[in-house]
Design a protein around this ligand. Structure first.
Ligand SMILES: Nc1ncnc2c1ncn2[C@@H]1O[C@H](COP(=O)(O)OP(=O)(O)OP(=O)(O)O)[C@@H](O)[C@H]1O
Ligand SMILES: [Mg+2]
Length: 238
């Protein structure tokens, strides 16, 4: 479980999030929505321990993230996978090297085992004959899938997707939404999805959390979100 308590984040004198309270329950899908620039990516980076808040705490599996030493923080990070906005493959490495990287960095598995794991994950995402391709040789949808394969390779307990379908054509975007659902079910993961994409939200449903003007203005089911009469939500859902 991830518990965010009274969290405030600022950059200089610009306050981004103010007194946020949010509980992310295990094995559920939480979808974080909100207009561009409201601090969704910043919140995600804070959960990863990449940004320090001005105030508040983030408790992950009963450990307070901002009191941990480097070693403890690494242990927590190993449980968390992240699909960054824009997929963030390493351009100088081929597909195999990109997907294998977490295994090389965090495990003592043999090269053969790593190759087998990488192939298995790529296949799961419908990718064949791409092992030696460079990211520049892949389409946008393929890059996302390679990034998904890399995110899942350490069998994380938590996975955070930042705008997984943005910038993809509607058919590929739907495929990615389906893959996210498939992964969620197959691996019993706790999933957090940040997205603007109403098609993706309608497909995945889950618990919706909306950030607006530094605060959480909605935290509840998809159906309640869909029926909410407030203008900011109606504008978002339409
Ligand atoms: N490292 C940083 N230093 C200073 N300001 C930052 C930093 N990262 C983000 N910001 C600011 O914080 C605000 C929130 O940014 P964030 O990237 O979280 O938005 P977002 O909700 O993810 O938007 P989008 O939907 O466009 O991805 C923006 O005003 C941004 O300029
Ligand atoms: Mg963002």
């Amino acid at each position: 479980m991830i518990e965010i308590k009274d969290l405030s984040i600022s950059f200089g004198d610009q306050e981004i999030l103010q007194n946020i309270d949010l509980t992310i329950r295990e094995k559920q899908i939480t979808i974080i929505v909100g207009q561009s620039g409201t601090g969704k990516s910043v919140l995600m980076k804070c959960i990863e321990g990449l940004i320090e808040p001005v105030q508040g705490s983030i408790i992950i599996d009963e450990k307070d993230l901002f009191t941990l030493n480097k070693l403890e923080l690494n242990e927590i990070r190993k449980k968390m996978a992240m699909l960054f906005q824009g997929s963030a493959l390493l351009d100088s490495m081929n597909v195999y090297q990109n997907v294998a990287l977490p295994l090389i960095e965090h495990t003592d598995l043999s090269e053969d085992t790593i190759l087998k794991e990488v192939k298995e994950k790529l296949e799961l995402f419908g990718l064949k004959d791409v092992l030696t391709k460079m990211p520049a040789e892949l389409s946008g949808g393929m890059k996302k899938r390679v990034a998904l394969a890399r995110a899942i390779i350490l069998k994380p307990k938590y996975i955070i997707y930042d705008e997984p379908t943005t910038g993809l054509d509607p058919i590929i975007a739907e495929e990615i939404s389906n893959l996210i659902l498939k992964m969620h079910k197959q691996y019993d993961i706790t999933s957090i999805i940040i997205t603007h994409d109403m098609n993706c939200i309608r497909k995945i449903k889950g618990n919706i959390v909306m950030i607006h003007d530094k605060k959480i203005v909605f935290d509840g089911t998809f159906d309640d979100f869909n029926n909410d009469e407030r203008k900011i939500i109606k504008e978002f859902v339409k």
